[in-house]
Ligand binder design. Structure first.
Ligand SMILES: [Zn+2]
Length: 295
């Protein structure tokens, strides 16, 4: 039987567990993810390690894994003189995720992840459209436009994905301590700016769990689509650290235990979140604690 469309599952009220970190998990397992293209190199240089991580998340109970295409665009790869091979990097990342899914849990979903990281001055437009087109044509179940910290970035991503015939979820990155966008913009303003665009879900990501708890109720009250979160697990001294700075970031020693992270996840589910997973510093042990906490 074919997988149910993810939107049908969400409309039915299901809560889906998203995977945890990929980039920091590669690092935690000793795979070099050197800047500037960070996790992209693993698609061609460490495919078995990447596959094992995705297998581990699926075995931990993830209903969604994200293809490792965070940094596989031409602008990111141009920084390591590999721009001409961006399709090869991108296809490899997608294929590894699809093969993991098909082997471990054919009912799980593969998110076509895409970000503009680490290119200064975000790259959207045709490049972004070409990248999402590759993910859609290659079999991703939905597009996950990640690490978008501003209203204009979220709108630009929605515009670039307008003709992609897959559900679109936006990962809003780097909330501030008050549960607003990084520049202080409230979630209600973001929702207003996205009216008229087809955006199926808004997920808080790459941010700090307490900020997610402040953001979600306001998002729930203003946004008619699906909501969710995948937050950081690995800040050692979070209360002394602005999230945009990472001096205490230690992916091998997350400050949030699986149990403490699951407590947050349960709270988010009570707030209406239907996709819940982890970002930097979360590991398969964190994801394994989620199914019991969110269902
Ligand atoms: Zn992150």
């Amino acid at each position: 039987m074919p997988r149910r469309n993810i939107l049908d599952r969400l409309r039915a009220g299901d809560v889906l567990v998203h995977d945890g970190a990929t980039g920091t998990e590669l690092e935690a397992r000793g795979i070099a993810c050197a800047p500037p293209a960070w996790s992209a190199a693993a698609n061609l240089e460490a495919p078995s390690a990447l596959r094992t991580i995705q297998d581990d998340y699926l075995r931990a109970g993830a209903d969604i894994i994200t293809a490792n295409n965070y940094c596989t665009g031409p602008s990111a790869l141009n920084q390591i003189r590999e721009a001409a091979r961006w399709r090869e990097y991108s296809q490899a990342g997608l294929d590894i995720a699809l093969s993991a899914r098909d082997a471990i849990n054919p009912n799980a979903y593969v998110a076509g992840g895409i970000s503009t990281y680490p290119v200064p001055g975000s790259i959207f437009g045709q490049e972004y459209t070409d990248r999402t087109r590759l993910l859609a044509d290659g079999g991703a179940d939905f597009i996950l436009a990640e690490y978008l910290p501003t209203v204009s970035d979220c709108v630009a991503a929605a515009e670039a994905c307008a003709d992609i015939d897959l559900p679109l979820f936006i990962g809003v990155g780097r909330l501030n301590r008050d549960g607003n966008l990084d520049d202080g913009t409230p979630p209600e303003t973001l929702v207003s700016a996205l009216q008229g665009y087809r955006v199926d879900g808004l997920l808080a990501m790459c941010t700090f769990p307490p900020a997610v708890s402040k953001w979600l109720p306001r998002l729930r009250d203003s946004f008619p689509g699906f909501i969710g979160a995948y937050a950081h697990g690995g800040w050692k001294e979070p209360d002394n650290t602005r999230w945009a700075e990472e001096p205490n970031f230690d992916p091998g020693n997350p400050s949030y235990t699986p149990e403490s992270y699951a407590d947050y996840a349960h709270t988010w589910k009570e707030m209406g979140a239907q996709i819940i997973g982890g970002c930097c510093g979360t590991r398969p042990s964190h994801i394994a604690a989620l199914p019991a906490a969110v269902r």
